[in-house]
Design a protein around this ligand. Structure first.
Ligand SMILES: [Zn+2]
Length: 137
């Protein structure tokens, strides 16, 4: 598939609320949207609160910890940039604040278990995007 040259991974160009999420998260650790009216935390970012429909939202620092809610191990990828990493784990983490986020698994795939306590680690990729990764506590 390759001639030995470095194959780059696809990197999304973030815009709007997603860009805001990554700017906050890259600067100060995992951030989640918080509703100023009812306190609901949510992810992914939206223009209104999913609980009360308020538009008074801001990004607030999260603990950065949570529990594995679900996971998958990918043995094949369409993105050649990820081919060398396969098989790799992807986990859905239920953050301690409630919202679930998707993250790459840092560790052996055989160690992924639903219910494992994890910490979210951000690997900066550029000024407005970083890989969300999860490692066992
Ligand atoms: Zn609300």
């Amino acid at each position: 598939m390759t001639d030995g040259a470095t194959v780059r991974r696809y990197v999304p160009r973030t815009t709007g609320l997603h860009r805001d999420f990554y700017l906050h998260t890259l600067a100060g650790g995992l951030h989640l949207q918080a509703c100023e009216d009812c306190g609901e935390r949510q992810h992914p970012p939206r223009y209104y609160c999913r609980a009360c429909r308020s538009k008074a939202l801001s990004f607030k620092a999260a603990t950065g910890t949570g529990t594995i809610y679900s996971f998958t191990v990918s043995h094949f990828t369409h993105d050649p940039g990820w081919a060398a990493a396969a098989p790799f784990g992807t986990v859905v983490v239920e953050t301690d604040e409630g919202p679930r986020i998707v993250a790459s698994w840092l560790g052996a795939n055989d160690d992924i278990r639903i219910g494992t306590r994890v910490r979210i680690v951000i690997e900066p990729v550029n000024e407005a995007f970083g890989m969300l990764q999860a490692e066992a506590l």
